[in-house]
Design a protein around this ligand. Structure first.
Ligand code: PEP
Ligand code: MG
Length: 325
């Protein structure tokens, strides 16, 4: 099996009936690029920039960030790189930011909510400037985490545009083809994905959080881990809604949560028309091999049945097993 996967390292990802799907890797630091190349990823689908902040004794400077982003963009040689703006809070602490203690940190002041607050404004603008300056070194896509409302997206996009205009007026070159998208990881955004799709360039579904918020079950709490159900029909319907909404506006949808690398979920997601899968680099070759064996029409039929005929997660799992046997 490993030998077969190895042969796929430099192959395109195509289904049995010839549809191309983008297989990307999740990374936390520029050092992870080695694994990305060794496993033949076609893109970076999620660069979690918060590690840049967490591994530093103080706020990383604009130049420090520029260096890291440039290393990843250049390392990918023109292949797409989705950089997620900092996602601090929740389970991720940052000593020098001194976040207030909260009863429900996962429902609190985190990620884009910090970036858009007075306290996070300078930090966010610094990150935007570093990204914009680095953008000339590759194919940059910027993604905002934890977006709940259109107003938040518009505010973040406005800061992006403002910093871009400032840099341009200072004579700094920036790319004109940067895509700006959002993570879909809050149910409110998944439900009105049709509205978001008119304004964003892409979606990337963060199932780790989307499942915890939809099922109201803390992803870190083992006592409720039975409710962490990627195959629950409610989750599948949200995902389908997001993919369809993006396609109706000519946009694309990826997935960067753990579910995207789950071999049982892949047939369903291919059937729902997901355009990009981003996962830990070590799952890429196995997934490419699986996709080669899937027929998109047959998987679309599987997805339809899962969405319409199944009442429970267990029924969905049985159905997928039936189809992929
Ligand atoms: C997610 O929520 O699915 C995701 C990819 O983000 P993180 O795991 O970093 O919260
Ligand atoms: Mg998340």
């Amino acid at each position: 099996l490993k030998v077969e996967w190895e042969k796929l390292k430099h192959a395109e990802t195509v289904t049995a009936d010839g549809k191309h799907i983008e297989l990307a890797a999740n990374i936390g630091t520029p050092k992870d690029l080695e694994g990305v190349h060794n496993n033949g990823a076609e893109a970076v689908g999620l660069y979690r920039t918060e590690f840049l902040y967490m591994d530093s004794p103080d706020f990383p400077t604009e130049d420090e960030q520029y260096t890291a982003y440039t290393a990843v963009l250049e390392g990918m040689n023109g292949k797409p790189v989705v950089v997620r703006t900092m996602d601090i809070g929740g389970d991720k602490e940052l000593p020098y930011l001194q976040l207030p203690h909260e009863m429900n940190p996962f429902l609190g002041y985190r990620a884009l909510r910090i970036s858009l607050s007075e306290r996070g404004d300078e930090m966010f603008r610094t990150q935007m400037r570093a990204l914009l300056r680095a953008s000339v070194h590759g194919n940059l896509r910027i993604m905002f985490p934890m977006v709940a409302t259109l107003k938040e997206f518009r505010a973040a996009k406005k800061i992006f545009e403002e910093e871009k205009a400032k840099l341009v007026s200072e004579g700094t070159k920036v790319s004109d083809t940067i895509q700006v998208g959002i993570m879909i990881e809050i149910p409110a955004a998944a439900v009105i994905a049709d509205k978001f799709a008119k304004e964003v360039d892409f979606f990337s579904i963060g199932t780790n959080d989307l499942i915890q918020y939809t099922m109201a079950a803390d992803r870190m709490n083992e006592r409720v881990s039975y409710l962490y159900q990627p195959y629950n029909p409610s989750i599948l319907r949200l995902i389908k809604n997001v993919i369809d909404a993006s396609h109706a506006e000519g946009k694309w949808t990826g997935m960067c949560g753990e579910m995207g690398g789950d071999q049982m979920a892949v047939p369903l997601l291919v059937g729902m028309g997901l355009d990009e899968f981003s996962m830990s680099a070590t799952s890429i070759l196995q997934t490419r091999s699986l996709m080669k064996r899937l027929d998109t029409k047959k998987m679309a039929e599987l997805a339809d049945r899962a969405l319409n005929d199944c009442d429970t997660m267990e029924e969905v799992i049985d159905l997928v097993k039936d189809y992929t046997r």
